[in-house]
Design a protein around this ligand. Structure first.
Ligand code: TXE
Length: 478
């Protein structure tokens, strides 16, 4: 499959005529190619977006909301395509791609259609004047997305960005282009005005950096790694582009001695290993209160080892392949480092799979005990199916451990005493905390983190605010 860029309503190759191969994580086979785009392609995409922005920005909110609903309808009609393409492209199990990626991609467009319809400015009265606050489009936005939740995150940005009157140039990860391409097909099918949404395939140092640095880009919404996020910020900040950075995480799952053990085991395993641990919100550090440590650990290992690893297209599969051979090597290096740091591998290794998967990126879910809470493996983002487990004595020690990383994205607390859980949640320096659940998402709430987890919030009204310029007109009473 040769995918194309989508610029000004047309599918086209890169002007340089070069291609990047796309591999299937489960088998290592090349199954598609994307254009290796460069500055000329980015230029024409930004120009198409700029040409479309004035008219699009003047449409009524209700009209733009209608377009979002049309796109949602189009995605819904291709629900199973999204699930199977996403599963094949990322290596994640089909059940996850259906329940999370496909479901959320439709929900994102529907949610923001409603949010845009209801959104209006504020009026602030003074004794002798009235202030009218309105939310104008920012202009042309660059939306740069990673490989772990490709359409889930791309739709999360496109919907509010165009809903608030901006036009956009999308740059999906070169490793997972398939569902971004499907979104362009849906957008083309519904007849969205040319240039409102454009897409340029390519790598980070080529198309990615040329898009971020383009002087006619007003806004950058980036989700990806922390080190890449700082490169993006270095380029965008001096040009005063509006910037949102959703980066990495090193999140703690805190298990208190009064937790309901059955639901906690299931929740903490899901949090640690969903999508092979390749979600920025994953609970990769499990902190267990000493009174329940032994019982928890025994049952946790049992549950981890019961997960089925293998063919992502099999409905019964719980864990698929990692995104790439390079990423697998990065995860393996961390497991080697863990041993050097004094850790004990309690479970892990490699799954035994049929021959067709022998060139895929496979590793078994790995649990490591005995690491210091300040060790590199316990404080750096590994972004694979690797969890370190630590015991703690009291709540203040759990809080101290949870706060001892440079990240600050999310966390979870498992307890039967919600007041105790709230106290801990309020003491953890992150953007989000779940109590007795994980990745339970209301699209109205803010999403984002602090420290090395990034800058800004998206989600609900925070997305509407980020993708607009709040403007005030003050009218003096005569
Ligand atoms: O992300 P990158 P990668 C973490 C995880 C992972 C690490 C790197 O630790 O190992 O990030 O993953 C584009 N200017 N997360 O390599 O490199 C790139 O083409 C502009 C956490 O996938 O950050 C892709 O489209 N763009 C994260 C996007 O940025 C650039 C999810 C992300 O690529 C660029 C994924 C540049 N200089 C990885 N360099 C999360 N928070 O969910 C790259 N890109």
């Amino acid at each position: 499959m040769d995918l194309m860029n989508y610029i000004g309503g047309k599918f086209e190759r890169a002007t340089g005529g070069e291609w990047l191969e796309v591999k299937e994580p489960a088998t290592g086979d090349v199954f598609a190619r994307v254009p290796l785009s460069g500055t000329p392609d980015v230029d024409s995409a930004v120009r198409a977006a700029r040409n479309a922005q004035a008219a699009w920005g003047q449409l009524a909110h209700s009209k733009r909301a209608e377009w979002l609903d049309l796109i949602a309808d189009g995605l819904e009609s291709r629900y199973d395509d999204i699930a199977s393409l996403e599963s094949r492209d990322t290596g994640k199990p089909i059940s996850l791609a259906r329940a999370v990626d496909a479901q959320r991609s439709v929900a994102n467009f529907r949610f923001f259609a409603e949010a845009i319809r209801e959104h209006e400015g504020e009026v602030f009265e003074m004794t002798d004047a009235t202030n009218f606050v309105s939310y104008r489009p920012v202009g042309v936005g660059a939306l740069i997305t990673p490989w772990n939740l490709p359409l889930y995150l791309l739709s999360w940005k496109v919907a509010p960005a165009i809903g608030m009157g901006n036009t956009v140039v999308c740059k999906p990860s070169e490793m997972t282009p398939m569902t971004a391409n499907l979104l362009m097909e849906v957008i083309d099918d519904v007849g969205l005005p040319d240039g409102v949404v454009n897409l340029v395939h390519g790598d980070g140092s080529g198309a990615g950096s040329s898009l971020v640095s383009h002087d006619d880009i007003d806004l950058v919404s980036f989700t990806g790694g922390t080190s890449t996020g700082s490169k993006v910020a270095e380029v965008a900040a001096p040009q005063f582009k509006k910037l949102s950075l959703e980066l990495g995480g090193k999140n703690s799952s805190i298990v208190l001695d009064d937790c309901d053990m059955d639901s906690t085991i299931k929740g903490v395993v899901r949090s640690g290993f969903m999508n092979q641990g390749q979600v920025c919100l994953c609970g990769s550090r499990v902190l267990v209160q000493e009174g329940v440590y032994d019982e928890f650990l025994r049952r946790f290992i049992e549950e981890v080892e019961s997960m089925r690893i293998g063919d992502p297209s099999d409905e019964k599969t719980d864990l698929g392949a990692l995104i790439s051979a390079d990423h697998l090597r990065k995860v393996e290096r961390y497991i080697e480092l863990a041993k050097e740091e004094g850790g004990t591998i309690l479970t892990g290794g490699y799954p035994h799979l049929p021959e067709k998967f022998s060139n895929g990126n496979w590793i078994a879910p790995t649990v490591i005990s005995g690491l210091g809470v300040d060790s590199r493996c316990s404080t750096e983002e590994i972004f694979g199916p690797v969890v370190s487990i630590h015991r703690f004595s009291d709540d203040s020690e759990a809080i101290e451990i949870a706060n001892n990383t440079r990240y600050g994205l999310a966390g979870s607390v498992w307890t039967s005493d919600v007041g105790r859980g709230r106290m801990i949640a309020d003491s953890i320096h992150t953007g989000m905390v779940w109590i007795n659940t994980w990745l339970h998402r209301d699209l109205r709430v803010p999403f984002g983190g602090v420290g090395d987890s990034g800058v800004g919030r998206e989600g609900g009204k925070w997305s509407l605010g980020f993708f607009s310029e709040a403007t005030n007109v003050c009218v003096k009473h005569d």
